[in-house]
Design a protein around this ligand. Structure first.
Ligand code: ASP
Length: 386
């Protein structure tokens, strides 16, 4: 059994969905296949933006909703013959009316809560998965749509809900044990809390949905289909001779992702990694490219011996913060105070270096923080010194 996850750019429009459908069909010829999909690219942002605009009293949210409607209608019109469109068009229309009602409520109250944000954001994956399922079914390929809300249970930490693995694994295993279909499609990112209220797994959460299903079912492989041909030895925008890494270990992949190579999101692959299930990164727009296979260990071929450095990643927009002074040598507690202040301001530390010695007259602690949090830090310092 294999799990295939398609990201937002892979399902951005009808043209791309056709490519996705071909990949699904090919996979299903070889194995039982479960598909997890993201929303059409940009739709989650637009849904959330509609909510925040409505809360700000900005009626531009109505235009946003029209654009969301148009994108889905266009996809349906290009994927499904006219005679069979009406059911799906009315399904989309019903969701759009609900989105509108929710946003009108937000507009009246001038307030949006995390719970409402999740409700709004959930429409993206719900719609994309319905459209892909219908387009495949109309092309005489049988695929069973299953609501992620019936499979994934979380706590009520809206917008970043944590999965209740005991309940979730039980639900996933019992559903797939009973279901006799060969190919399934599930919306990513969406879940429910114990009361059945919609939650989401955090931005980029569709990868996580796929990983949860992969591990619950002990699938043979998780394929992440995206718009690049895998992880690269360096950022291709900065290094012209960067190459795709065909094989990488989980640890190396996590390390590269943490420092800028955004192809996979480390927490996502954690459950898959714990079980040693391979993750294969593939390109929807170049399906014959090998991509990158991530496994526990990698074979040490001669080529690998030559390429001891697997890859170099980089991160931009980082601010350096140095705390230095002679008076701090040998006096405990300075690091704790600095990190305490950063954490009280919710500032995320990316890297720490420290140099001090008994002989040094200078003690230097340098931390790196995202540049967008720099202003926050400056404001904090000003407040403290005033
Ligand atoms: N659609 C969600 C997002 O944009 C989840 C995902 O695509 O993985 O964050």
């Amino acid at each position: 059994m294999r799990v295939l996850k398609f990201g937002g750019s892979s399902v951005a429009n009808a043209e791309n969905i056709k490519k996705v459908n071909e990949i699904i069909k090919k996979s299903a010829q070889q194995d039982k296949t479960i598909i997890v999909v993201s929303a059409l690219s940009g739709v989650t942002d637009m849904l959330l933006q509609s909510g925040t605009k409505a809360a700000d009293g900005d009626e531009v949210y109505k235009e946003n909703i029209r654009t969301i409607e148009h994108r889905h209608f266009e996809a349906i019109k290009q994927l499904i013959p006219v005679a069979h469109q009406s059911h799906l068009l009315s399904l989309v229309k019903k969701s759009i009316n609900e989105i509108e009602d929710i946003c009108n409520g937000i507009f009246l109250l001038s307030e949006i809560t995390p719970r409402t944000k999740d409700r709004l954001a959930s429409y993206g994956e719900w719609l994309s998965s319905q459209i892909i399922a219908a387009s495949l079914n109309y092309s005489s390929f049988e695929i069973t749509w299953k609501d992620a809300k019936e499979l994934i249970v979380t706590n009520s930490n809206f917008t970043h809900a944590e999965v209740d693995f005991e309940k979730t694994n039980k639900k996933i295993r019992s559903y797939f044990k009973e279901a006799d279909a060969h190919t399934f499609i599930i919306p990513g990112f969406i879940a429910v809390n114990k009361k059945g209220i919609t939650t989401t797994l955090g931005r980029g959460g569709s990868d996580y949905t796929a990983a949860i299903i992969t591990t619950a079912l002990n699938a043979d492989i998780l394929e992440i289909w995206t718009d690049v041909s895998g992880m690269m030895t360096a950022d291709p925008r900065l290094t012209s001779n960067a190459k795709v890494i065909h094989h990488i270990s989980y640890r190396e992949a996590m390390e590269l992702s943490h420092f800028g190579a955004k192809v996979i999101y480390p927490p996502t692959i954690q459950p898959v990694m714990n079980k040693g299930i391979p993750v294969w990164i593939k390109n929807t727009f170049a399906p014959d490219d090998y991509g990158t296979k991530v496994t526990t260990e990698i074979d040490k071929s001669a080529e690998d011996e030559e390429n001891i450095v697997r890859g170099i990643s980089s991160i931009n927009n980082i601010s350096l913060l140095s705390l230095e002074g002679g008076g701090m040598v040998g006096i405990p507690g300075f690091s704790r105070r600095l990190f305490g202040a950063l954490s009280s301001e919710q500032i995320n530390v990316i890297l720490i270096t420290q140099s001090s010695s008994e002989h040094s007259i200078l003690w230097l602690l340098t931390v790196m923080i995202p540049i967008k949090q720099r202003e926050q830090w400056i404001k904090y310092l000003k407040m403290k010194s005033s």
